[in-house]
Design a protein around this ligand. Structure first.
Ligand code: AMP
Length: 204
């Protein structure tokens, strides 16, 4: 199965991807994670992407499409994956159509103000990548690892990222609805509740 996880930043795509990965044995491809990994290793790609990420802007299409093209080339035709954070523009979606056939696009729907609240209190475990709430935990509740805040989770950058989502990414909802592969999920509530809705929609 080949899926796209679509939704505003903070809608819970990454959290749901971790849950779905085990259930359906799908690879999780997060373009944001690939950029952060490159940044950590000081690669030219990471340093280039940082300029845009810090401002809450999109990395230019050519850079992202080249990176995703190379990544997807590693997959055999029968291997499944979930794309998390890609595509984010119509040009990226058209590019992806030329690369592979999708089985579904899951749209995670959450109101903007709930997202601002979520992201400005989000913490990520340095050790296992678990996402949690900084107001509720001082260490990772899953493995006891150290928690950190993402640089782009401050309120100003979060609001920019939301604006960019509405201006450049939201058009993909109509793009995929027209292709009749859009699955819409209410993404409010606890991750387990959202996951139950995902499973019900995906497997029905
Ligand atoms: P994410 O972890 O998905 O929230 O992505 C973090 C940041 O990486 C975004 O705010 C963008 O700057 C950049 N990014 C990730 N995926 C893409 C993409 N498909 N197109 C452009 N920029 C991206």
């Amino acid at each position: 199965m080949r899926l796209v996880l679509l939704g505003a930043p903070g809608a819970g795509k990454g959290t749901q991807a971790v849950l779905l990965k085990d259930r359906h044995n799908l690879a999780h491809i997060s373009t944001g994670d690939i950029f952060r990994h490159n940044l950590k290793n000081n690669t030219a790609l990471g340093l280039e992407a940082k300029k845009y990420m810090d401002a809450g802007q999109l990395v230019p299409d050519e850079i992202v499409m080249k990176m995703v093209g190379e990544k997807l080339a590693e997959f055999k035709p029968d291997e499944g994956f979930m794309l998390d954070g890609f595509p984010r523009t119509v040009a990226q979606a058209e590019f992806l159509e030329g690369l592979t056939k999708l089985d579904g696009v899951i749209l995670f729907k959450v109101a903007d103000e709930a997202i601002v609240k979520r992201l400005t209190s989000r913490a990520v475990c340095k050790n296992c990548g678990n996402v949690t709430n900084i107001n509720e935990h001082s260490v990772c509740p899953s493995c006891g690892g150290e928690l950190y805040r993402r640089d782009d989770d401050n309120e100003e950058t979060v609001r920019n990222r939301l604006r960019v989502y509405h201006e450049q990414t939201e058009a993909l909802v109509e793009f995929y609805r027209k292709r009749d592969i859009l699955l819409e999920i209410d993404a409010t509530g606890m991750p387990e509740e959202v996951f139950a809705r995902v499973i019900e929609t995906l497997e029905s």
